[in-house]
Design a protein around this ligand. Structure first.
Ligand code: ADP
Length: 215
């Protein structure tokens, strides 16, 4: 259980216990001019999340473990621009055959499709390509532009967005890859592709975080 933000009262309780612990629930309640019953849910949250520990006949004491909180704050600060990989792109007019070859050569699962102005037109995933390949013999004659998921239906992230936000988009939309884009000034829906953020990107950030001392 990781409480993202403690309530004001929980912060107050934490402070009291930090300064005066070990301290009983009744004593905390007295300090806050509240009843013990009112405090019960807050004490339960603080205990379950590891901020406080309750010892029978002694009372509550501060564990010093604010790690979960620090960790979640840390995760929200990691930026896409620091973890993104280079984009792998094809053009709208490229054939499905060419796209499949690119997929293998570049060892990626999703290609970003660019229009004639080199701006984001769509994305094509391995299953999109597989689907087209089934029962279609002339893959050189089919342009990716007609099978891709096209703008404005493409889910994207910005370089300044957090990795956490990107991970959320991947999960919520059940997709593997997000083009990292920057808007072109003065042009509506015109996006320049500057990177890729995939499930692998998130896994890499996770592994790196595990190696760091963030707490
Ligand atoms: P696959 O199905 O090949 O494992 P995905 O789960 O990423 O890959 O793709 C599922 C579908 O979602 C595909 O039709 C693909 O075109 C589309 N898709 C992939 N990435 C995005 C994205 N960033 N925005 C919108 N649609 C996407």
């Amino acid at each position: 259980m990781i409480p993202i933000e403690l309530s004001k009262r929980q912060e107050q309780i934490l402070k009291i216990v930090q300064e005066r612990g070990p301290i009983t629930g009744d004593q905390i309640a007295e300090h806050l001019h509240l009843t013990r019953a009112t405090l019960r849910p807050d004490l339960a949250i603080l205990t379950m999340s590891g901020f406080l520990e309750a010892r029978p006949r002694v009372g509550y004491f501060y564990t010093g473990k604010t790690g979960n909180r620090l960790l979640s704050e840390h995760i929200r600060k990691l930026k896409v621009k620091d973890y993104k990989a280079p984009p792998v792109v094809v053009h709208e007019q490229s054939s499905v055959y060419e796209a499949i070859v690119t997929l293998f050569l570049e060892d990626v699962g999703t290609l970003y499709v660019l229009n004639k102005d080199n701006l984001l037109a769509g994305v094509v995933s391995r299953k999109d390509l597989l689907r087209t390949s089934l029962g279609n013999k002339n893959l050189e004659d089919v342009p990716v532009g007609i099978i891709m998921t096209r703008m404005p239906n493409v889910i994207t992230v910005g370089p300044e967005d957090s990795i956490f936000e990107a991970a959320n988009k991947l999960i919520e939309n059940q997709i593997d890859s997000l083009p990292v884009v920057i808007p072109v000034e003065g042009m509506k829906n015109a996006l320049q592709v500057v990177g890729r953020c995939t499930k692998t990107t998130i896994a890499r950030a996770f592994v790196q975080m595990g190696k760091e001392e963030v707490i």
